[in-house]
Design a protein around this ligand. Structure first.
Ligand code: PBG
Length: 339
């Protein structure tokens, strides 16, 4: 039997509480004085899903409040984003099934939706930074990020040629930043050289340097109808178990000429973010991906968490871990809440 009296310390003085961290939390004013990390609207970048047509707005399954937009409505969205302080968008396009083929030809068709949207946004709001996601998966009928051979292997160097043309066309349409998300080897160097040779040396490269083969991309693939039709992406996207591999990817991309690096997804990989923050002096982005957003919204819809608070706590944590800016589907809301 436990003797309760024996469990108590006879006099409080035997425990000298000279250090009381709670003093620094005793009022809102003091808490603000000692706050180490703050959010600002300019930290948020909004991914945008574009679709053909006019006055089109389709909500995406699993992503409440996120829509596929036709260009005219996307322009309105960009203006609203800019007004609340968001300074960047990252563009993705929905490609109709009959335009998809094994090589992703639509990705390099002059005048495709991606280029038209880039042009339209840059002429409507030149101040807004336009990033273009460069990868073939929304354009291929098999859903992989690269060109494949007869056995279904993803061909690295053949894919680079297509990514290069796609990047140059995006640059020509006015993109400020090319953001390759495919994880092929050597793509940053290849795209950098190609851009430089075609007078696009002013166009930046934000490398999705550390992109894991994650199960958190589900709602995104739903949005673009881009899930792989066979196999998985593990021969090019990274093993979630690995950290040193992330360091290697970052140093290669830095050496190949990336202007900025990205870690993706965000919350499950904050340790990676922090380590890369320490190892590289390049600006660092984090992609708070579709599944991360979906989990917040689903729990909130059930009344289990408060969406705004959980979103902002997530953003603060990503920032604290070392991100300079964050791609998130909650960009507009996060900007509104951090003004
Ligand atoms: C395209 C791409 C993907 C995402 C961003 N760019 C999907 C994938 O690689 O399978 C995922 C983004 C998200 O889940 O929000 N390569």
């Amino acid at each position: 039997m436990i003797n309760e009296q024996k469990l108590q310390i006879s006099s409080l003085e035997t425990v000298e509480l000279t250090r009381r961290p709670r003093r620094n939390r005793k009022s809102a004013a003091i808490r603000e004085l000692v706050q180490e990390t703050r959010l600002h609207p300019s930290y948020f970048v909004s991914p945008l899903f574009l679709m053909d047509g006019e006055n089109k707005k389709h909500e995406i399954k699993g992503m409440p409040g996120v829509f596929r937009l036709s260009i005219d409505l996307a322009l309105k969205e960009c203006i609203e984003l800019y007004q609340v302080g968001v300074r960047g968008v990252d563009l993705f396009t929905l490609v109709a099934d009959d335009k998809k083929d094994a090589r992703g030809s639509e990705a390099i068709r002059v005048g495709n939706l991606l280029q038209r949207a880039t042009k339209a946004i840059k002429s409507e709001i030149p101040e807004l930074c336009v990033m273009v996601d460069v990868a073939l998966d929304p354009f291929t009928d098999h859903g992989h990020d690269g060109v494949i051979d007869n056995e279904g292997n993803i061909l690295n160097d053949e894919t680079l040629a297509v990514l290069g043309v796609m990047s140059a066309l995006a640059a020509d349409a006015g993109a400020d930043i090319i953001a390759p998300s495919d994880m092929m080897d050597g793509r940053v160097g290849y795209i950098r050289r190609l851009l430089d040779r075609h007078d696009f040396s002013h166009v930046s490269i934000l490398s999705y340097a550390v992109k894991y083969a994650s199960s958190f991309y589900g709602p995104f693939r739903n949005a673009l109808n881009s899930a792989p039709k066979f196999g998985d992406k593990k021969t090019y996207q990274m093993n979630p178990a690995n950290f040193r591999e992330a360091m290697l990817e970052c140093s290669l991309d830095e050496w190949e000429g990336a202007d900025m690096l990205m870690v993706k997804p965000a919350l499950p990989y904050l340790d990676i973010l922090t380590k890369i923050r320490e190892a590289s002096d390049l600006p660092l982005a984090a992609y708070h991906v579709s599944g991360e957003y979906a989990m917040i919204m689903a729990a909130a819809q059930n009344g289990w968490v408060d969406a705004d608070r959980v979103l902002m706590e997530s953003m603060l944590s990503i920032k604290r871990a070392g991100a300079n800016f964050i791609l998130t589907y909650g960009a507009k809301r996060a900007a509104e809440l951090s003004r």
